[in-house]
Design a protein around this ligand. Structure first.
Ligand code: HEM
Length: 401
């Protein structure tokens, strides 16, 4: 029997167009912007869909990021809760979160990122050389989108890039919704185990890379633990390549489909950073990663949310909210999209955002300058979008020139 408690919507919701959020997002935002949904494991959570409300939730400490709490909303059936040393800053609340984030924050400042710019440019040029020297049509995911951020994060951390097949394969399993609980746990343990071994090797004579510098710094502070540095290394490695890779491939498609926007970009490279912000807003590839658990009764947008209830702050719904962006479904690189929430908001706002922005900026400036004739090699309808993953993207992007 259907009761009034039965939620109308089930999460995750289905898209009908690869370039737009599921139609239910708009429906919810317009009709009941904070609404209860069913979760894959049979649980319930509130969905928050308006830009203003999403920012409120993500910036309020009464909404916890503690993913190991038994009541935290589970977005995949059979997801597992990380324990003890497996936890990282992304699952921590104040007062634990601040010091964990601060420990690596200095590695991601704008200044640090600027120092990396020449090397990132070199990596991008090298990958484009290889694309041009390879078969035409070629796969932009394999040739450019995946290797660029993978190479960059490997060099930053001090992870040998030769291992990329290994960690890319296991990361892909982690983000695919259909991965079984056992496979998910195994993929997690495998990357973590690899990270621990790598860090153990660095301990005797810590090199001048992010992990080496962390060993030295944490030892000085008297807080060094190999297992927890391995958890941080894991988070940075996974977050550092898969996200940006998908943004590169999706944004390339968006620009090729909107030639007038691409022409604006080509005419004035000064617009690239604005275009990057707009791409981040338009795609919002990690829509529901910003889940939270309410730990104290709180009213948001006129709705009472009680302690113990889960909340999904839907970044993609917020970033297509007409209350925050005019004609939100249009791609408009001149709109000034910086207030998007694609990197989250509040204390957990993406630590790697300066790096991601720079990588995207360099890729788009270089790609369209060096291959002005770039086009899709197959119709859009044939592109394999990642509808089955927690991070949206493309499995392959066949291009020709
Ligand atoms: C376009 C690329 C990226 C997108 C869209 C993205 C998105 C996000 C989002 C939405 C969050 C917030 C999660 C939450 O509130 O629970 C986040 C957090 C985080 N991201 Fe990213 N990210 C990207 C690239 C990166 C890169 C390149 C790195 C590292 C090299 C990175 C490292 C992190 C870390 C460490 C956190 C956790 C911060 C904290 O809990 O204090 N991300 N990211």
């Amino acid at each position: 029997m259907t009761t009034v408690e039965e939620p109308v919507h089930q999460f995750p919701m289905t898209r009908t167009c690869p370039f737009s959020p599921p139609p239910a997002y708009q429906e919810i935002r317009e009709e009941e912007p904070i609404t209860r949904v069913g979760l894959p494991d049979g649980g319930r959570a509130w969905v928050v869909s308006r830009h203003e409300d999403v920012r409120t939730v993500l910036n309020d400490r009464r909404f916890s990021a503690d993913r190991q709490h038994p009541d935290f909303p589970q977005l995949v059936a059979g997801g597992f809760r990380r324990q003890g040393d497996e936890r990282t800053m992304i699952t921590m609340d104040a007062p634990e979160h601040g010091p964990a984030r601060k420990a690596v924050l200095g590695e991601f400042t704008v200044r640090r990122m600027e120092a990396l710019r020449p090397r990132i440019q070199e990596i991008v040029d090298g990958q484009i050389d290889a694309l041009l020297a390879g078969p035409n049509p070629g796969d932009l995911v394999e040739a450019l989108a995946l290797p660029v951020p993978s190479l960059v994060i490997c060099e930053m951390l001090g992870v040998p890039y030769a291992e990329h097949d290994f960690f890319q394969t296991h990361t892909a399993k982690l983000i695919k919704r259909s991965t079984s609980p056992e496979e998910r746990r195994a993929a997690f343990d495998t990357i973590r185990g690899y990270m621990e071994e790598l860090i153990a090797e660095k301990e005797a004579n810590p090199p001048d890379d992010l992990l080496g510098r962390q060993i030295v710094k944490l030892r000085e502070d008297g807080t060094y633990r190999r297992a927890s540095l391995a958890a941080t290394g894991f988070l940075l490695l996974v977050a550092g390549h898969e996200t940006t890779a998908n943004m590169i491939s999706l944004s390339t498609v968006a620009l090729l489909r909107n030639p007038e926007q691409l022409a604006l970009l080509k005419a004035d490279p000064g617009k690239t950073l604005d275009a990057v912000e707009e791409m981040l807003r338009y795609w919002t590839i990690v829509d529901a990663a910003t889940a939270r658990l309410c730990v104290e009764d709180v009213e948001v947008g006129g709705q009472l949310i009680r302690a113990g209830e889960g909340v999904l702050a839907l970044g993609y719904a917020a970033n297509r909210d007409p209350g925050a962006f005019d004609n939100p479904d249009d791609l408009d690189i001149d709109r000034g999209a910086r207030h998007h929430v694609a990197f989250g908001f509040g204390p957990h706002q993406c630590l790697g955002q300066n790096l991601a922005r720079m990588e995207l900026q360099i890729v788009f400036d270089t790609l369209f300058r060096r291959i002005p004739s770039l086009k899709l090699a197959v119709p859009v309808e044939e592109l394999p979008f990642k509808d089955d993953a927690n991070i949206y993207g493309l499995y392959r992007l066949p291009v020709t020139w």
